[in-house]
Design a protein around this ligand. Structure first.
Ligand SMILES: [Zn+2]
Ligand SMILES: [Zn+2]
Length: 354
C-alpha cells in the first residue's frame, strides 16, 4: 500500500516548496490532536511533509515511491513522525500484515471463497557501503511455503481431471460457528478436504500430497537499486508465502542493512570524506589522492588551503535518480609534532605569524 504523499497534502506533483509548506500548515491546523482534530490524519500529513519538504527524501520518494513500500515514511530513515519510533511503527505494519493477512478475509463470512493472500515475509539483506551507492544484484534465500511446482498448486497429479469438492460445494471455504464470550461467531475456514481449492483431483500430486504447497528454500535474485540507505525496505510482490493455486501470494520485504565504511559518510546524495594534508601542501598547493567509492581519485589542493576547507569532487557522490551527487572533501591540515634541526631552522626563518 504505497502512500501518495502528494495526495495526502492535496498538492500537485509540481508543487513548490512553499505550496507544500502551506498545504501542510493548513492540514496540521485542521487536524491537530490538541485541538480535537483527527490524530491519524495529522500523523499522515506530518509524515508526508517530512518527506516532501526534504529535498533529498523528496527526490528519493519521487524515484522510489512505488517500489519502496510507502508503509514507510520509515522507508526513509529519520523521515518518520516526530523523528523516532517510526521504523518500529512501520515494522508493526509489516508484521501486522504478516500474521494477519491470510486470516482477515476468512473472518466475518465475506464473499471470498477462501483466504485470499499468503503471509508476507521479511528478510534482512546486508549491503556494503559501495553496494548501497551503486546498487547490486543480490541472491536472496527464503524458506517458506511455495506453490508446488509439480502440480502448479492444483494439488493434482499433472494431467488428471478435477472434480468439484463435495465438502464445500466448490467454495473452498466452510463456515464454522464458534462459541465465544461474545456469543456465536461465524468464521470461514479453508475446506480441509480440498485444501481450499474447491476442486479435488482424481489423483493427488505425489510431491505435495494434494496440498498444492511445497515448504522449502527458494532462491531468487533481486536488483537493489542505487542510492538505497540503511533501514530502507523493498517490497518484492508475490514472493511471500503461497497458499495454493487460488490465493494470491504474500509479498517479500527486504530490510536493508548498510555496512559502515569508516572512510565515507553519506548525507543524501553527498558523500563526505576527510583528507589530511601537510602544512606545506596547504600553503603551496598540491595534487593528492583521495578515496572515493570509485577508487582513488586525484584532487588538486589550491595554494592557501585552510584546515576545515571543503573541496568538491563533482559526480563522486550517490545517484538518487538525477545523476550522481558530489563528494565533499573536508581538509585537515596537520601541523608537524616533531621537527628536525634543519626543519626547525627553516621554520624559524619563515617566522609565520598572524
Ligand atoms: Zn472443499
Ligand atoms: Zn503438488
Amino acid at each position: 500500500m504505497a502512500k501518495d504523499y502528494y495526495a495526502t497534502l492535496g498538492v500537485d506533483k509540481s508543487a513548490s516548496k512553499d505550496e507544500i509548506k502551506k498545504a501542510f500548515r493548513k492540514l496540521a491546523h485542521e487536524h491537530h490532536p490538541d485541538k480535537g482534530g483527527d490524530e491519524q490524519k495529522f500523523k499522515e500529513a506530518n509524515e508526508a511533509y517530512q518527506v516532501l519538504s526534504d529535498e533529498t527524501k523528496k527526490q528519493q520518494y519521487d524515484q522510489y515511491g512505488q517500489t519502496f513500500d510507502g508503509a514507510g515514511g520509515g522507508g526513509f530513515p529519520g523521515g518518520g513522525f516526530s523523528g523516532q519510533g517510526m521504523n518500529f511503527e512501520d515494522l508493526g505494519d509489516i508484521f501486522g500484515n504478516m500474521f494477519g493477512g491470510g486470516f482477515s478475509s476468512g473472518f466475518g463470512g465475506g464473499g471470498g471463497r477462501r483466504a485470499e493472500k499468503g503471509s508476507d515475509v521479511a528478510v534482512d539483506v546486508k549491503l556494503s557501503f559501495k553496494e548501497s551507492v551503486f546498487g547490486v544484484e543480490k541472491e536472496i534465500n527464503v524458506t517458506k511455503n511455495n506453490t508446488c511446482e509439480r502440480c502448479a498448486g492444483t494439488g493434482g497429479e499433472p494431467g488428471v481431471s478435477m472434480t468439484t469438492c463435495k465438502g464445500c460445494d466448490g467454495q473452498g471455504m466452510k463456515t464454522t460457528v464458534q462459541r465465544t464470550i461474545l456469543g456465536n461467531m461465524q468464521a470461514r475456514v479453508a475446506c480441509e478436504e480440498c485444501h481450499g481449492n474447491g476442486e479435488i483431483p482424481e489423483k493427488k500430486c505425489t510431491t505435495c500430497n494434494g496440498e498444492g504447497l511445497e515448504y522449502g528454500r527458494k532462491t531468487l535474485r533481486v536488483d537493489i537499486p542505487p542510492g538505497v540507505e540503511d533501514g530502507m525496505k523493498i517490497r518484492v510482490r508475490g514472493e511471500g508465502e503461497s497458499i495454493g493455486v487460488r490465493g494470491q501470494k504474500g509479498d517479500l520485504y527486504l530490510i536493508l542493512h548498510v555496512d559502515v565504511d569508516p572512510r565515507f559518510e553519506r548525507d543524501g546524495d553527498k558523500i563526505y570524506v576527510e583528507k589530511k594534508i601537510g602544512f606545506t601542501q596547504a600553503a603551496l598547493g598540491d595534487e593528492v589522492e583521495v578515496d572515493t567509492v570509485d577508487g582513488k581519485v586525484k584532487l588538486k589542493i589550491p595554494a592557501g588551503t585552510q584546515s576545515g576547507d571543503k573541496l568538491r569532487m563533482k559526480g563522486k557522490g550517490v545517484s538518487m535518480g538525477r545523476g550522481r551527487g558530489d563528494q565533499i572533501v573536508i581538509i585537515k591540515v596537520v601541523t608537524p609534532k616533531k621537527l628536525g634541526r634543519k626543519e626547525r631552522k627553516l621554520m624559524e626563518e619563515l617566522d609565520l605569524k598572524e
